[in-house]
Design a protein around this ligand. Structure first.
Ligand SMILES: [Zn+2]
Ligand SMILES: [Zn+2]
Length: 327
């Protein structure tokens, strides 16, 4: 997801960088590809039929490297960082956001040993601090993105992520008012972590600038995770971009899925079946070389509502074919 044409063009202008970007993304952030949408464990060896390119008109975007059939699973993606909403804290896995069979109200839980093990690093750091002031601040204001920043900070402190991991994503442009609010959150985060048993050297990355830079990227790149559940057969029946989903359970940041540009009549759709692992699926036949686009918002909204939301939420005016016809 991207911000303005001007800011997009300032980045990734050299073909060399472009090449690096593709190999970086494909080595780190795509999982699989498959022609068979019913296959649950597709081969890990085939790269997905897409590439990230820079164009004059739209900046960075994702393009098909071959013809892609309607309904094809183009690739899957694991999040870089995710977090359940407060409302789902006790009912979904703290690591993968899968619905728990026996959710209770006594702290966070995991769907299995694998998730528990993968979360061990950041949980160890998190458990050393007292988060009551930070949580109360976020809860009372309905803030969800600071939870992602906290998790990232704990991942960095536990050594499983580097502090500049999200730098590749576009940041939102922030108003002075937004920055003032973020400074307050940062103070609470830093206070909580200062009480933990961590060395000053480890904490050095945790500056106000770091916090604001990460949050600015999360603001326009976070995906709302709505688990559709059910079976693939149900999903194959629903060709629209707004599958009937249960309420959102959390938010997540991905790398490759963040490079898809927006279209109010998208040819690609991202969905979540049972957990936070995203599936990117073709909504119709796509030609080789064609750009793949997702819809950042609810595509069923009218022209005016879409333009307002895209402008206020993502900082751009949409000039897609549907918008050009005021549909
Ligand atoms: Zn899990
Ligand atoms: Zn549009």
């Amino acid at each position: 997801m991207l911000l303005t044409l001007a800011s997009r063009k300032q980045r990734w202008t050299s073909p060399f960088k472009q090449l690096l970007l593709n190999s970086y993304i494909f080595n780190h952030f795509y999982s699989t590809t498959s022609n068979d949408i019913t296959e649950s464990q597709p081969s890990q060896s085939t790269p997905p039929p897409i590439q990230v390119l820079l164009t004059e008109s739209t900046g960075r975007g994702v393009f098909a490297t071959r013809k892609i059939g309607s309904g094809e699973l183009i690739h899957t993606a694991q999040p870089f960082v995710c977090h359940p909403y407060f409302s789902s804290l006790h009912t979904v896995c703290y690591f993968c956001l899968k619905k728990l069979a026996n959710g209770d109200n006594s702290g966070v839980n995991f769907c299995g040993d694998s998730c528990r093990k993968q979360a061990m690093g950041f949980c160890e750091v998190e458990n050393q601090a007292d988060w009551s002031a930070f949580d109360t601040h976020c809860r009372t204001r309905g803030l969800k993105y600071p939870l992602l920043v906290r998790r990232l900070a704990c991942m960095v402190l536990s050594g499983v992520a580097s502090s500049n991991s999200l730098d590749i994503l576009q940041p939102a442009i922030l108003s002075p008012q937004m920055i003032a609010l973020m400074e307050e959150e940062f103070g609470l985060l830093r206070c909580a972590l200062l009480d933990a048993d961590l060395t000053g050297e480890k904490m050095a990355f945790l500056t106000k600038q770091w916090y604001i830079g990460v949050l600015a990227r999360i603001r326009i790149n976070a995906f709302r995770i709505e688990l559709v559940g059910g079976s693939y057969e149900d999903l194959l029946l629903s060709a629209s971009s707004s599958v009937n989903a249960e309420a959102a359970v959390g938010s997540a940041i991905y790398m490759l899925p963040s490079f898809y540009n927006h279209d109010c009549d998208p040819n690609v759709h991202i969905l979540w079946i049972e957990n936070v692992n995203a599936r990117v699926k073709a909504l119709r036949d796509i030609e080789e070389g064609e750009e793949l686009r997702i819809c950042y918002i609810d595509a069923s909204m009218n022209y005016k509502a879409r333009q307002t939301l895209l402008s206020e939420g993502f900082g751009f005016q949409c000039h897609c074919l549907r918008c050009l016809s005021y549909d």
